[in-house]
Design a protein around this ligand. Structure first.
Ligand code: PLP
Length: 396
């Protein structure tokens, strides 16, 4: 018999499947171009040409037995890790080496490795609502539990006063995510400094270190020159999880890395534990060919201007129609206040206008909906009459 512990996931997944099926059904009935699907965070901009060129060059130029082989270290190729470290040092003035970098199977595996490395079963992790829904599942994978710090819906910056009140001896880590999925908010330097100071104080009070796990798959998707502070510079007990899923449009290739700074408490054990976690969780090592591609494309990013154009078009279009939301500074999501109290009802009503959006309760923040604007520009422009009709229906 299938494990009982998996049954809640199976039931939960049926809602996601229902959304996919609804999208496919609407596309068949009305034509793909008449369906406005803002539900998925799948990049809409192709990977830069350098990525495909690098794949071809590596196959021609490098030893394919080595390129396709197991890595000697479960942390990944030493030269790739050194390239990543030097890249970070150039950008952020840090002083990482290959020893601080563990290549991972995207951010998802990086977060699992980080949690297994830093948090024991029965311990607690805090995350600021709204947050990426998988955090709760990742914590549960390791017998830990995730507690949601309620959202500050005025700014969607982390609610640090409430976080401080929620920290107990059971708390061992706080997950942050900036630029944020689903709000698009970038945590300011002031916020990160305050967070660091509260966590330092609380660590002393509870008698053990509190780690920050900084989930950063959207780091490069920041607009108008907004600064995304590099968290290890403000708080030494920080592990950063990065991914090229969004910044190089490579979500299916499953490639990212963890940064474990040398200043971290118990660094030697932590870095070895993460290396072993990569193995025992079954990832073994990050995909080898794409590790080498990432190193060759270390200075490339996706076409951020395309997302920026979408961001402005969707935000301006919706706010002109009376929808309320904060202007996102990063990532590719808009977190819109549901015009109806029950956002599930709003999502169902939107579907009748061929608009697909995700309810905020999926991000521990009911009353809002997430719209992913990683779609074609035409989808945004063409969706506006449907959003207008939807608002008119709501207002009666
Ligand atoms: N963290 C956040 C906030 C995400 O939005 C996602 C994916 O959408 C992930 C982690 C997982 O990313 P990856 O594809 O690198 O595993």
């Amino acid at each position: 018999m299938t494990a009982k512990s998996m049954m809640p996931y199976v039931q939960g997944n049926s809602a996601i499947r229902a959304m996919f099926e609804e999208g496919a059904r609407l596309a068949e009935q009305y034509g793909k171009e008449n369906v406005y699907d803002f539900s998925l965070g799948n990049p809409s901009v192709p990977a830069p040409a350098q990525v495909n060129q690098a794949i071809c060059d590596i196959i021609k130029e490098e030893d394919t037995l080595m390129v396709h082989g197991y890595n000697q270290s479960n942390s990944g190729y030493e030269d790739v890790r050194q390239t990543v470290a030097e890249h970070l040092n150039r950008l952020h003035g840090t002083s990482f080496t290959a020893q601080n970098i563990i290549m991972t199977v995207g951010a998802a595996s990086g977060l699992n490795v980080a949690i297994k490395t830093l948090v024991d079963p029965g311990e607690e992790i805090l995350a600021f609502a709204p947050y990426f829904v998988e955090y709760g599942n990742y914590a549960a994978n390791h017998g830990a539990s995730l507690k949601a710090v309620p959202a500050d819906t005025k700014t969607f910056q982390p609610n640090l006063e409430i976080m401080a009140e929620m920290i107990t001896e059971k708390t061992h880590a706080v997950i942050i995510n900036s630029p944020n999925n689903p709000t698009g908010v970038v945590y300011s330097e002031e916020t990160i400094k305050k967070l660091a100071s509260v966590l330092s104080e609380k660590s002393k009070e509870i008698g053990h270190e509190l780690y920050i796990i900084s989930d950063e798959p959207y780091r490069e998707l920041a607009y108008d020159g907004v600064k995304v502070p590099y968290v290890t510079k403000y708080y030494r007990n920080t592990v950063v999880g990065y991914s090229w899923s969004k910044s190089l449009s490579l979500p299916g290739e499953r490639i990212g890395y963890l940064v474990i700074p040398s200043e971290l408490d118990d660094f030697d054990n932590a870095v070895q534990a993460a290396n072993i976690a990569n193995r025992v969780l079954g990832y073994v090592n990050a995909p080898t060919l794409i590790q080498r591609v990432a190193a060759r494309c270390i200075d490339c990013t996706t076409d951020i201007d395309a997302y920026d154009k979408n961001r402005k078009a969707l935000y301006n279009g919706l706010t002109e129609l009376g929808y309320e939301c904060i202007f996102p500074e990063g990532a590719f999501y808009l977190f819109v206040k549901s015009p109806l109290e029950d956002e599930t009802e709003f999502c169902n009503m939107a579907k009748k206008h061929n608009i697909l959006v995700v309810p905020g309760k999926s991000f521990a923040c009911p009353g809002y909906v997430r719209m992913a604007y990683c779609v074609s520009y035409d989808t945004i422009v063409n969706s506006m009459p449907a959003f207008k009709a939807l608002m008119e229906e709501i207002k009666g």
